[in-house]
Design a protein around this ligand. Sequence first.
Ligand code: GCO
Ligand code: MG
Length: 402
Amino acid sequence: MKITSARVIVCSPGRNFVTLKIETDEGISGIGDATLNGRELAVAAYLDEHVVPALIGRDATRIEDTWQYFYRGAYWRRGPVTMCAIAAVDTALWDIKAKAAGMPLYQLLGGASRDAVMVYGHANGGDIAETVDEVARYLDLGYRAVRAQCGIPGLASTYGVARDKMFYEPADAAIATENRWSTTRYLDHVPKLFDALRARFGFEPHLLHDVHHRLTPIEAARLGRSLEPFRLFWLEDPTPAENQEAFRLIRRHTVTPLAVGEVFNTIHDCQALIAEQLIDYIRTTVVHAGGITHLRRIAQLAELWQVRTGSHGATDLSPVCMGAALHFDLWVPNFGIQEYMRHTPETEAVFPHAWRFEAGFLHPGDAPGHGVGIDEAQAARHPYRPSALPVNRLEDGTMWNW
Ligand code: GCO
Ligand code: MG
């Protein structure tokens, strides 16, 4: 089966998405997500200039060889732009192979290891009372797991708190908006939030929290310890993780489970975190970590060390990525949880999908392939709009991690 065409489709149905569509001489086509939030056109150009020309004429069934060709063949290894581009090719080829086999993708991977995939929602509010009500809303929708994010007294805005509660979209301006940050205020406030949540809901619902890379290792250790009475499912991205060794320090001080990896793009970013058992959940996902082919290698390394998966699933990961991720999740033996931030109705109209939500779980559906399509006429109605993620500064103006 030969690849006859490959096209990059950029659209913005409420937010930007980059999609690669690959067509073959057998009339079977597949799509892959290539969206890198705030840097979308860098990946589109990488695909257009450096990947698409080399795809034409290749054997569409040679997924592993194609992965190796674009990874080793680039000479310049790793990095988010390269790995998103490779992920898009890989996802589209798995889609094609599964369609050719007449199977849902999870069957090709080895079949279902569970009935459906537990997901968590992203509840947020300006203050504790509002956040508690938002968590209640998710529990009413059937969620078993909810991530809770809350405004911090004295800070005008912070990560995770949205105007539109169900569709959190941080990339909200052409030039990055500036936030201000105070670790002291934050560390004082977060335990009060989880105290209020456990007082209202008890210990049955799983509760999660995202620190969004903002603490130093010793501050993260202190937060983890102070949250221990509230038994979190996980504490996410407590400190930036370029330096994997930093987690040794956090781990020495707390038994709060740790989840890391949404900004990682290869197995080399998390090798020490996994092999030293410094984390409990690895959050790499299909689009940012080189597709199904590479995510599988990461998950299988993690399995050796009883680290479970918890893939990133924010709104900037398109429904195509979500579809592929759900097939992966249904199969992967060491599955933990899947993030699920809802997409807007405009996005859903562009990307019709077989996956479905029921009582806190997602199922990828049984359509051949990954079960997500793209309505190109709808996509054309939503042209690209430049949009950047915010930046963050300390109260004295020092640049910090957003
Ligand atoms: C999450 C993430 C997101 C990111 C966003 C960046 O856990 O959902 O932290 O909210 O900020 O995906 O593009
Ligand atoms: Mg996160």
